[in-house]
Design a binder for this molecule. Structure first.
Ligand SMILES: Cc1ncc(COP(=O)(O)O)c(C=O)c1O
Length: 424
């Protein structure tokens, strides 16, 4: 029996839509949203979840997230534009990012986004000016780096004090920014934000971040009279690499975060703030697979290369930070790995002109031949959203499947689109 995804036959999907192909089981994305609703939003009062669109944002994703009742975290004008094009309610959008342009801030304030997460003091006068111009009071939070070195790859750790993101906790830079925001007539500074890193499997990183941030909240209250009404604790929940590995449960993170927060507030005499979370990867990674066609197989001494028709252009995560994937042959997903005589390693490699263009470094795959189709499990996060046109490879299509039905949500890029806007 061949591989099905969301009830749809993967071979048929590959034949209908071509490869490489991003395939998402929309039912899994919805189930994740619902899990957050039952285990977090309904369990803990005064909380919100904003899906981090950077993990995977298309118009259809934005619509699905809106229908599931979550908010959306965006980090660029492009993400905002995508969300607005799907009628995402602006008041449920927050605008994050460490290098926001004036134009992006203008778009955010003009459109009425619910919150802007300030990452640099220079944003404050710009937001004040824009909010006055558009006759609004803009809610903002200030991002802090709480000084937590999260247990993850350094490329996706963001909570350490020398991070490029946010204000180091407890410095003059932060207290000055708070004072400056407090003096603005068109800004409502509601609280603080932190995000310590991505792909976290240890909930103690969050415990440390909450405790450190509460000390800061207390100091800011005592020394500056600043009350943290809202606390955004970021995203970062881990995604596992295959359907054979039990998924991380959201309450593994949220229960301990909320208990630490509530106990800490009690201990320090603080009011419990409204809590916002921004998970991205955990909502979409395990819903997505990517289908590739095997182009050829090269057997060398010590290594066999299985070369496929995609690679780092549609999934740069392996090259960027050593992400790991599990692949299967869609025609026999449960087949045992084939041991090629004398070869210790089987690597699935892409078609890009870099030796680092690897999809699976040490794959456990059955005997394969050219024309077979491989599915890369749990590749729904930071793949489509990080895709490039390196080597002028057109970006693959995206298909949503649910209960056996498939619908195209992003067309495969055409050659014409590749050269659109280019002049001789
Ligand atoms: C500020 C912020 N929030 C949320 C996220 C989402 O992280 P994840 O997809 O790991 O949940 C990120 C990821 O980089 C981030 O920088």
């Amino acid at each position: 029996m061949g591989l099905t995804w969301g009830g749809a036959d993967c071979r048929k999907l590959a034949e209908t839509f071509g490869t490489p192909l991003y395939v998402y089981d929309a039912g899994i994305i919805k189930a994740r949203c619902r899990e957050l609703r039952t285990t977090f939003l309904e369990r803990w009062p005064n909380t919100s979840v904003h899906y981090a669109g950077k993990a995977f944002l298309t118009r259809a994703t934005a619509r699905l997230i809106a229908d599931e009742g979550l908010g959306l975290d965006v980090v660029s004008g492009g993400e905002m534009y995508t969300a607005f094009s799907a009628d995402f309610p602006p008041e449920r959008i927050e605008f994050n990012g460490n290098a926001k342009s004036r134009e992006e801030l203008d778009m955010a304030v003009r459109s009425g986004v619910g919150r802007i997460i300030v990452d640099h003091a220079d944003e404050i006068p710009v937001i004040e000016h824009l909010a006055e111009k558009y006759g609004r009071v803009q809610n903002i939070l200030i991002r802090v780096a709480p000084g937590v070195d999260a247990h993850t790859h350094k490329a996706i750790a963001t909570g350490q004090t020398d991070s490029k993101f946010g204000f180091p906790a407890g410095g003059k830079m932060l207290t000055d920014a708070i004072s400056s925001a407090q003096q603005c007539g068109h800004i409502n500074l509601t609280g603080l934000h932190f995000h310590v890193g991505s792909q976290l499997f240890d909930n103690q990183d969050y415990v440390m971040a909450v405790n450190k941030t509460l000390e800061l909240v207390k100091a800011l209250k005592d020394e500056q009279g600043f009350i943290t009404h809202e606390l955004n604790m970021g995203g970062g929940f881990g995604a596992v690499i295959s359907p054979d590995v039990p998924a991380m449960r959201s309450e593994f993170y949220t229960d301990i975060m909320m208990k630490t927060l509530i106990e800490g507030c009690e201990r320090l005499g603080l009011e419990v703030p409204h809590v916002i979370l921004e998970p991205g990867r955990w909502i979409v990674s395990e819903a997505g697979i990517t289908l590739y066609r095997v182009e050829n197989i090269k057997e060398l001494s010590g290594v066999t290369y299985i070369a496929v028709n995609g690679g780092m252009a549609d999934n740069p995560r392996i090259a960027l930070y050593g992400a790991e994937y599990v692949g299967v042959n869609i025609d026999e997903p449960h087949a045992k790995p084939y041991n090629r005589e004398g070869n210790t390693r089987v690597s699935v490699v892409g078609k890009c002109c870099e030796s680092g263009d690897v999809l699976i470094e040490d794959a456990k795959l059955p005997y394969l031949k050219a024309g077979d189709i491989i599915a890369l499990y749990n590749s729904g996060a930071y793949t489509f959203s990080m895709a490039s046109n390196y080597n002028c490879l057109p970006r693959p299509a995206v298909v949503f499947v649910e209960n056996g039905d498939a619908r195209l949500v992003v067309e495969r890029q055409s050659m014409e689109e590749l050269i659109r806007g280019q002049y001789l």
